[in-house]
Design a protein around this ligand. Structure first.
Ligand code: SF4
Length: 757
């Protein structure tokens, strides 16, 4: 299946801005509402987003600031995620009659998404090239029959997107385990799995240790491998307030993003008329995958400062009382030369010492990170080096300090908490089995990468996906698409079209569901769902807009009816009754999931619940040793063949994960095309390339992307950047993070060749 060309025009390239948000953000929201939901109804709905009694933003997982909640509690990209879901466009049976699947497969992801909301169940019968309508009943029967005809439940996999609510996720994992497998790949496998793996091993919990209020108490905030201006924009308000409280900010990123340089808060007069708030005191332009070297340099500078002023730099009491492995760690750092640190990080000693000075001057330090640390072969090492750095001054388990992996999908953390994991704890399975009187499967299942491998070699034949874009979000697109096409059945439970609806198994089914923002009426009344943000706070979300059509079902209803059709006779679980009133699901959650006791009552009393966290709440480390672990890691960036570059994939300001809103990226000064490669100007000169020249990019998996335009950019030498998901074909399938199996989208050696005009 050919990789579609977006057919985009030549890019217009201008100097990127040095500030984020401001009036431009408001204009962008205006355009988005005007072009999608309609201005008035859209604006009315936005007043309910992230508000008590309203719906949770379908964007990222940055927490609501319930202490300083504003009347407009959303950012530009939250409004656009809303407007994208609230579009007035509809994809009907006529659309599918008009467009064959092979024709749709040539369309870009943006074009598919722009067609609008799915309105009724559709089926692609084996051998057919068009989707045709199917009733819900027949769809469930067909899926159930196919699943039950498999030789083993392990021949099926059940994918979960991070937008799935807690109630739908809990019922989903219950259905899949009653069906008999733990094949539960989910989108966190592609993003923060490395954080969970790294943190669990060294501090005993896979979740961040800070609250939003800690940002007001921090003296220093390090933002590593994250672009909050585009991917978690309301974080800028927290950084702004921290700055106003005197905190110092260090951004560690190959690209100096506007969102960490300066913030013009559109909710303030200064944000409209003034310069806004300068954020980062220091930008560290680390080379792609140079983070381990930089962080070891940071620790080396701090240990050297401690040697000069004993007892003034390190929190010896914390290290003595709460950690293991300090001596080996310190010996390794002492043995690591500044030369290898500078070479590995691409950053000079002076800059590293300046960052260390900020850390040493700070009583309380927070480290935030995202994909720039988690999507590398050595991602687990990246994150454990962050923890090494934090532990030197005891920055774990006290106010104003700690680890903050920032999740990019509204309920990705909640889904894992609800049991969406291919490696469930035995205790979890025991509680689940006891609560529902069945014997859950104990053999570990497949995560996303293992599922693809099993599809490719025929071990997995059926994929049922709850939301998301399995085909578009995964690496090595040619490999992935061949694997998907090998399946006998693929099912997409979705709101809108994407690549996964046009790259399918022999038989394919589309089941259209309600969005987060829409009224979810069930036999026992209107329902609300819950989601968990990056800081472990669970809030209620109540849809407030009319559904986009009469034939849609809620995610919970789809799971209940599919389960009844597939495993209804195998257990006493009353699936439909659970979907009639979600309180019943939450009552079960209260008995199975730690931290959710009296779930419904606490939601009514407080409107939210904060999940317990041993490190944050009690400075307890539930590791094998019962102590926090210092770890030792080599400086080992991927080998880049002579003459090649290290490519990192990035998101533009005008996209949310694989959903592309426009071909523009005003924060990087590019518009009109996404088929671009950001390149260091000296590297361009050395290669005889000019701005706008067309090149081809080739990677070790043999994939070639041709016709990408060169964009001069302030990126470290030897490094280039291309957009996700357009560059996914170049990411080799086998290039995954050790320990977490997360694809290494952020560091891929590529060969770049000029195209002769
Ligand atoms: S910061 Fe994230 S969760 Fe908050 S409004 Fe923006 S996109 Fe939505």
């Amino acid at each position: 299946m050919a990789i579609p060309k977006s057919g985009s025009k030549s890019p217009v390239i201008v100097e990127p801005p040095d500030t984020a948000a401001g009036p431009e953000a408001v204009k962008s929201v205006y355009r988005s509402l005007r072009d999608n939901s309609g201005l008035l109804s859209g604006a009315a709905a936005l007043l309910k987003m992230n508000q008590a009694g309203g719906f949770d933003c379908p964007g990222c997982a940055w927490p609501e600031d319930t202490e300083h909640r504003k009347r407009l509690e959303f950012c530009e990209n939250g409004a656009r995620a809303f407007a994208d879901e609230a579009t007035r466009k509809r994809v009907t049976a006529d659309f599918f009659a008009e467009h064959s699947i092979s024709e749709l497969a040539k369309k870009s992801g943006k074009w598919l998404n722009d067609q609008g909301r799915l309105t009724q169940p559709m089926v692609r019968k084996a051998g057919a090239d068009h989707y045709v309508p199917i009733t819900w009943f027949s769809a469930f029967e067909l899926i159930a029959r196919t699943l039950n005809q498999l030789d083993s439940p392990d021949q099926a996999a059940f994918y979960t997107s991070g937008r799935t609510s807690n109630e739908a996720a809990f019922l989903w994992q219950l259905f899949v385990r009653v069906y008999g497998t733990n094949n539960m790949p989910d989108c966190s496998n592609l993003c923060h799995e490395s954080s969970g793996t790294a943190l669990s091993a060294v501090i005993g919990s896979g979740k961040g240790t800070v609250r939003l209020s800690d940002f007001d108490k921090a003296d220093a905030i390090f933002v590593l491998g994250q672009n909050p201006g585009s991917n978690h924009p309301r974080m800028l308000a927290a950084l702004e307030r921290a700055r106003q409280n005197g905190a110092r900010i260090v951004s560690v990123n190959p690209l100096n993003e506007p969102g960490t340089q300066n913030f013009r808060n559109p909710q303030t007069l200064d944000g409209w008329t003034g310069k806004g708030t300068a954020l980062a005191d220091l930008h560290v332009p680390v080379r792609v995958n140079g983070d381990v070297a930089f962080l070891k340099g940071l620790c080396k500078a701090m240990l050297e400062a401690e040697a000069e002023r004993p007892g003034e730099v390190l929190d010896r009491e914390f290290i003595r009382a709460h950690t293991n492995g300090f001596e080996d760690f310190a010996a390794d750092i002492a043995g690591t030369s500044w030369e290898s640190i500078e070479q590995g990080s691409g950053v000079g000693q002076e800059t590293i010492r300046a960052a260390a000075a900020i850390a040493v001057a700070a009583e309380n330090t927070i480290c935030c990170w995202a994909m720039g640390l988690t999507q590398h072969i050595n991602a687990v090492a990246n994150i454990q080096e962050v923890i090494n750095f934090l532990m030197l001054r005891g920055n774990l388990g006290r106010p104003g300090a700690g680890a903050c992996p920032v999740r990019g999908h509204s309920n990705v953390q909640g889904d894992r908490t609800m049991g969406i994991w291919e490696k469930p704890d035995p205790e979890w399975l025991e509680r689940l089995g006891k609560e529902f009187a069945f014997q859950p499967p104990t053999a570990h299942g497949c995560d996303t990468v293992d599922t693809l491998r099993a599809m490719a070699d025929g071990r997995i034949k059926v994929l049922v996906a709850m939301g998301g874009n399995f085909a578009g979000a995964t690496p090595d697109s040619a490999f992935v698409e061949r694997a998907l096409e090998q399946c006998s059945l693929t099912v997409q439970i979705s709101t809108k079209l994407n690549r996964s609806h046009v790259v399918t198994g022999a038989t394919a089914i589309i089941l259209p569901v309600l969005g987060r923002t829409e009224i979810d009426r069930q036999p026992d009344g209107e329902q609300f769902v819950t989601v968990e943000n990056s800081m472990g706070v669970v809030t209620a979300s109540q849809g407030r807009r009319p559904p986009p059509g009469p034939y849609l079902k809620s995610e919970v209803r789809v799971v209940a009816e599919l389960a009844e059709a597939t495993v209804g006779t195998r257990s006493a679980i009353k699936w439909r009754a659970l979907a009639d009133d979600y309180h019943r699901i939450r009552d079960h959650i209260a008995k199975v999931v730690p931290g959710f006791s009296s779930f419904n009552d606490r939601l009514y009393d407080d409107g939210q619940i904060e999940l317990p966290h041993a490190v944050r709440d009690k400075r307890e480390f539930h590791t094998a040793s019962g102590r926090a672990e210092f770890t030792v890691h080599d400086i080992s960036p991927p080998a880049v063949p002579e003459g090649q570059y290290l490519m990192t994939t990035i998101r533009s300001h005008d996209q949310f994960n694989t959903t592309v809103y426009t071909d523009n990226d005003r924060y990087r000064g590019v518009s009109g095309s996404r088929e671009v490669v950001f390149m260091n100007m000296a590297d361009m000169a050395a290669a005889g390339l000019q701005a706008g020249d067309y090149v081809s990019l080739k990677s070790a998996n043999g994939s070639v992307l041709s016709g990408f335009a060169v964009v001069p950019y302030r990126i470290p030498p030897g490094c280039v950047a291309c957009y996700y998901p357009e560059a996914n074909p170049l990411v080799p399938f086998a290039a995954v993070a050790a320990g977490s199996n997360t694809p290494a989208y952020k560091s891929v050696p590529v060969e770049i060749s000029a195209l002769k005009s």
